[in-house]
Design a protein around this ligand. Structure first.
Ligand code: OGA
Ligand code: MN
Length: 284
């Protein structure tokens, strides 16, 4: 099929830059369909120099599916509960967005029953030479695992426990409310899942949120999980994105992990808007 854009790979195994698309403008269904297929295959898509508003970001993102309203509603944009603000900026003595977090590899909302399909992340401000976002391909990591580990993992499920994880690490954020705790009970997902659009198998684990493998104690699970995630998050499967204002990245949460890289949070400003596409059941 002919489409009106071109792609250049960001790495041999993951990621493509999309040239010739204006995400702020109306887009034919055929173009959107081709973007969606490219995302399923390449896992991360980059669009540079985009001129978008909260409204056009929401409109584009909503073509992939319904949008999430994050558990941390205190960090969403006023009047736009679909936009989760990620920022270190303080205005009137208050943080305007989620700060100091996401420095460990994860897949967005993996801790809910139907984890997010993907996220759209728009850079409004970023310091130069720092504050990158790093991705790893869980397709590539799974393919590279020794066969016996892959076979073992294909039989396993893991328990994702947001509340347990929050309490062990989020010292800078206020404690969760009773309601937030009630809304995020532990959930179970297969460690290897099939991509719903392509059928390709991908690893679905995360160094945060997973408390244990099903049928195994936390104590026995954690060392195995650490060895696995150390392997999967290694440089062989990674792409690190250096942000410019106007960049939009769309990532597939089913086949990647990502994390924020450090920057001078005291002295520089970083402002990003994320929309998060609701997910579907994880299938083996
Ligand atoms: C996120 C996230 C990474 C970053 O918003 O989901 O993980 O680089 N962000 O800020
Ligand atoms: Mn994230």
């Amino acid at each position: 099929m002919t489409t009106d854009f071109t792609l250049t790979d960001l790495t041999p195994f993951m990621g493509a830059e999309v040239h010739g698309v204006d995400l702020g403008a109306a887009m034919p269904d055929a173009t959107f369909g081709a973007i969606k297929r490219a995302l399923a295959e390449r896992s991360v898509l980059l669009f540079r120099n985009q001129d978008m508003t909260p409204e056009s970001q929401i409109a584009f993102s909503a073509r992939f599916g319904e949008l999430e309203k994050h558990v941390l509603q205190n960090f969403c944009l006023d009047g736009h509960p679909e936009i989760f603000v990620v920022s270190n900026i303080i205005e009137d003595g208050k943080h305007i967005g989620a700060f100091g977090g996401s420095k460990e590899f994860h897949s967005d909302l993996a801790y809910i029953p139907d984890p997010s399909k993907g996220s759209v992340f728009r850079c409004l401000e970023c310091p130069e030479g720092e504050g990158e976002t790093e991705f790893v391909s869980m397709f590539a990591a799974l393919d590279a695992l020794p066969e016996e580990k892959r076979d073992w993992l294909s039989q396993q499920s893991a328990v994702f426990d947001y509340v347990w994880d929050y309490s062990r690490r989020q010292t800078q954020r206020p404690p969760l409310s009773e309601e937030q705790i009630r809304n995020t009970p532990p959930v179970t997902h297969p460690c290897v899942r099939s991509h719903p659009e392509t059928g390709r198998k991908t690893l679905f684990v995360s160094p945060i949120w997973i408390r244990n493998f099903v049928g195994m104690s936390e104590e026995d699970s954690q060392p195995i999980l650490k060895e696995l995630t150390d392997f999967a998050t290694g440089p062989d499967f990674a792409y690190r994105h250096s942000w410019r204002a106007g960049d939009v990245l769309v990532w597939d949460n089913r086949s990647t992990l990502h994390k924020a890289c450090p920057f001078d949070e005291e002295n520089s400003r970083r402002l990003m808007h994320r929309t998060t596409i609701t997910g579907e059941q994880t299938i083996r």
